[in-house]
Design a protein around this ligand. Structure first.
Ligand code: ADP
Length: 863
């Protein structure tokens, strides 16, 4: 602070000196100007005097001129006598002299007068200047006054050190005095610092003490709390006592109830016994279904008591108890088996086993409804269509009631739908704040009942000539999901399972729980299958509102919010979060998507929901994909008759204009969507490599990606008339069958592959797969040279790295075996054709998942 004061004084002093200098300057300027003004005023007075003299002279000249005039006229009157003439001449010459001298004088005066006038003018201007100077002087004076007042102000500010302000001249002295003071203060400060250091030590000691005090206080507080809590405990105890009393009362009551139930039960048993006796005596025809005669009565009684106990404890419903009791009465073998099997199980497991019995007792199977965007063969873009059809057929074969709900696309294969007709009903469904009408069509596809929904919405959602790839796909499929559930509600359906697929119908899961359960459609468990995590269906959160979902409620990290864009919602994430069962299409892919690389942003969501998430390997529809019955083939064939396969190869070569010269030349097939996932650069490389290795290559594929489509069009064009290469860039179902049948090998170099069906189809048709080890390919193709795999499972060629070197190794090995060991090749082909890739085992896994979930759902409802 003292240093700051010194600094301020120095600054003020400097300002003061500057102000004084300015004032001095102004005063000296003022003096100079004043002197100038004085001189000018004197000269002005002089000039005024001279002007006065000049004026007097002028009057005198005018007087003389008057006299001269007068003399001239008198002279003219008196005539011309000599004397007069002389006088006249004398006077005249005098007068003339006088006149001329006067004229000269007058002229000089006039000149002088004129110069004086000029001088006066210039003086006047000077005077004006002087006046201006005066004004400047006034300004300067004002400035001086201002400076003086500023100075005074500064001086007054200096009053913190009053001695310094009183006299500027003494400022220095005071400064010195101040610095002395500063020094003193410094000394004092040093002293104070030392004292402060000591104080700090004391403070620390104090703080230690304070801590001790705090500790003591805390202990005190604890003691208080303890005291309080013991008070509370006391109160709680009292409450508990009351509660225990209440419980005891209700226990007593329930004991009474139980007793009355037991009595009732005893009565029933007695009645039953009586009836049984009567029945046994009365009629041999009325024997019981599959009675288990060898079990003593005690066994059945224990069983009945067990069931009734669960019913009373509300662990099973009244209806389920009734069904189980009936089974006991009938001495049904299934219930005695379950009872015996349950020994040693915990109660929950036992209940769930018994309930499995009631679900099969109430209906022959489950009621499963698939809601999807695709179904082969009527609306198929890729594997999803195959799965919906294949799984549904397999479940149907297992005795379940399976129905499918699809959009009614304009571009469907209507010739593959049996008995299609529109129902005489209109379903009104909510969208964008209003109700829209929808027509419902029914028909059979591959023997399955299918409902086709035709929206009467101005946007003509499914009237676009294509299945996907529309700008408003999010709206199209959220609309469809909503109307599909509305249809189930209005049709009064009570499915056990609603199975939705991929992002297009993943909306079903949140719509079901948030909108339709409250409306009464509440019988189902939701199963969601993601066939490819690459496609997740995201959109700005607000777009969810259109189908009636609450975007504020759902746009949260633990709900539908996209994991990488927080203002967007993610349909697949909604499916994962809101479904009871979540599956993907192979066990390896289920592992891959749990990683950052495979999960495409959803890995954390899948980890959170890992308990309900499982990979089930797809199967193929072995009715459709059967070379022994395939109507698209020129010649049907089977594993024991491979001649037919050669004939199909020959037929395709002819059809595509490929050379048939060398029968032994292997034909490599590839049928795929041409998208980056499928390893398009490796497919391109395989075309050239096959040619190099002496093979033929046929590609059937189309691409939604323009630059890939263009690139392959270029290659197709290049090999247009080639003997050994053909690229057909379109979707062609019947051609695909003939390519599977004609191919010796089938190449699938995918970067990732959730399941992949083409490797299974190709094996079924005797085309040996060459695949990259990823996803479902890794679960279904096992290398013939991999010693870690039992030989009975070895069925193809695999490679790990997604590069040319990787694919080279596998393709070279395959062509070598084909060309150099035909017998081994034949055996491999036959082995592949005999592998069971049907849906049977995969459908059984789904069946188990469904059943477990349904049982769990029932148990939850009861609880
Ligand atoms: P994805 O579902 O990723 O397309 P999948 O291997 O699971 O791959 O399923 C592909 C299905 O689509 C197979 O049934 C295959 O025969 C068929 N497919 C792919 N491309 C074509 C095409 N251009 N023409 C006919 N069928 C095709």
């Amino acid at each position: 602070m003292i240093k700051n004061a010194e600094k301020n004084i120095l600054l003020i002093n400097q300002a003061r000196v500057r102000a004084l200098e300015d004032l001095q300057k102004i005063l000296s300027e003022k003096k100079v100007l004043q002197a100038e003004i004085n001189v000018l005023e004197m000269r002005l007075a002089e000039t005024d005097a001279r002007i006065e003299v000049a004026d007097q002279e002028k009057t005198r000249v005018e007087l003389l001129e008057g006299q001269l005039e007068k003399l001239h006229s008198e002279l003219a009157q008196k005539g011309s006598d000599a004397e007069l003439h002389d006088i006249q001449t004398g006077v005249l010459s005098d007068a003339n002299d006088t006149i001329s001298s006067l004229t000269v004088e007058l002229n000089s005066i006039r000149e002088e007068n004129a110069s004086l006038k000029n001088e006066i003018e210039s003086f006047k201007t000077q005077l004006n200047d002087v006046k201006n100077n005066d004004e400047r002087l006034v300004v300067l004076e004002k400035e001086r006054l201002f400076l003086e007042s500023a100075l005074k102000d500064l001086e007054s500010k200096l009053s913190i050190s009053p001695e310094a302000v009183s006299e500027l001249s003494t400022l220095k002295v005071e400064c010195k005095y101040l610095s002395d003071k500063v020094e003193n203060l410094q000394l004092l400060l040093d002293k104070a610092t030392k004292q402060a250091d000591q104080a700090v030590i004391v403070l620390q000691q104090n703080q230690d003490l304070q801590r001790e005090v705090d500790k003591l206080e805390a202990t005190l507080e604890e003691a208080n709390i303890y005291k309080l809590s013991s008070d509370k405990l006391q109160k709680d105890n009292e409450l508990m006592q009351q509660k225990i009393k209440l419980l005891e009362n209700s226990l007593e009551k329930s004991d009474e109830d139980i007793n009355s139930y037991v009595q009732l039960y005893q009565q029933s048993v007695n009645e039953f016994q009586d009836t049984l006796n009567i029945l046994q005596k009365g009629s041999k025809k009325k024997t019981l279904d599959e009675p288990v005669e060898d079990m003593p009565w005690e066994f059945w009684s224990q069983l009945l008591l067990l069931i009734d106990g669960w019913a009373l404890e509300k662990k099973i419903s009244v209806d389920d108890a009734k069904l189980l009791r009936e089974k006991v009465w009938k001495k049904d073998k299934s219930i005695s088996d379950i009872y015996l099997a349950c020994k040693g199980q915990n109660e929950d497991e036992a209940i769930s086993s018994f309930l499995g019995l009631t679900s099969s007792a109430t209906s022959p199977g489950l009621h499963v409804i698939h809601i999807a965007a695709e179904m082969a063969p009527v609306a198929k873009v890729g594997g999803l269509g195959d799965v919906v059809c294949g799984l549904s057929k397999a479940l149907q074969k297992k005795g379940h009631l399976v129905e499918i709900v699809l959009p009614k696309y304009d571009c469907m294969q209507y010739d593959r739908i049996g008995d299609i007709r529109a129902l005489d009903v209109v379903i009104e469904s909510y969208f964008d704040g209003q109700l829209f009408k929808n027509k419902i069509w029914v028909g059979t596809v591959e023997g399955l009942p299918v409902y086709f929904i035709e929206p009467h919405h101005p946007d003509k959602f499914f009237w676009r000539g294509d299945f996907y790839g529309e700008r408003d796909d999010f709206r199209r499929f959220s609309y469809f999901s909503r109307v599909a559930l509305e249809f189930l509600l209005q049709a009064g359906k009570k499915p056990d399972i609603i199975h939705c697929h991929d992002w297009q119908t993943a909306f079903i899961a949140p719509l079901y729980w948030d909108v339709y359960v409250p409306k009464g459609l509440n019988s189902a468990r939701i199963c969601f299958t993601c066939h490819n995590f690459e496609y997740q269906g995201t959109a700005p959160a607000s777009e969810l509102e259109s189908c009636g979902l609450d975007s504020h409620h759902l746009n949260r990290p633990d709900r539908m919010q996209d994991n990488s864009a927080h203002n967007r919602v993610n349909s697949v994430k909604g499916g994962v979060v809101y479904s009871n069962i979540v599956t993907t299409v192979s066990p390896t892919y289920a592992q891959e998507v749990r990683t950052a690389e495979g999960g495409k942003g959803l890995q954390s969501t899948l980890s959170t929901h890992s308990k309900k998430f499982i990979g089930v390997l797809n199967g193929i529809d072995t009715d459709i994909w059967n070379p022994a019955t395939d109507p698209f083939l020129d010649v049907q064939y089977n594993a024991n008759d491979l001649q037919g396969k050669s004939e199909n190869k020959e037929a395709l070569r002819r059809k595509l204009g490929l050379s048939s010269e060398d029968v032994k030349r292997p034909l490599v097939g590839c049928i795929t969507r041409l998208v980056p996932q499928k390893g398009v650069h490796l497919i391109r490389h395989a075309i050239y490599l096959t040619l190099e290795l002496g093979g033929q290559f046929v590609l059937l594929g189309s691409s939604p990606v323009p630059h890939i489509q263009r690139e392959f069009e270029g290659i197709a064009n290049h090999f247009k008339n080639h003997d050994h290469i053909r690229l057909i860039l379109k979707y062609d179902e019947s051609l695909s069958h003939t390519i599977y049948a004609a191919s010796d090998m089938f190449i699938i170099p995918s970067i990732f592959e959730p399941c992949g069906l083409t490797q299974m189809i190709s094996m079924r048709y005797g085309a040996v797969p060459i695949v990259r080890k990823t996803g479902g390919l890794n679960d279904s193709v096992f290398d013939i040279d991999d010693d870690t795999i039992p030989s009975q499972f070895q069925n193809g060629f695999t490679f790990l790295n997604a590069d040319e070197k990787g694919i080279n190794g596998a393709l070279v090995r395959a062509i070598n075996l084909y060309q150099n060991d035909p017998e081994s090749w034949k055996q491999l082909v036959q082995k592949d054709m005999n592998i069971d890739f049907s849906w049977d085992s995969s459908a059984a896994q789904y069946e188990e998942l469904y059943l477990k979930s349904v049982t769990r759902g029932r148990a939850t409802k009861r609880a």
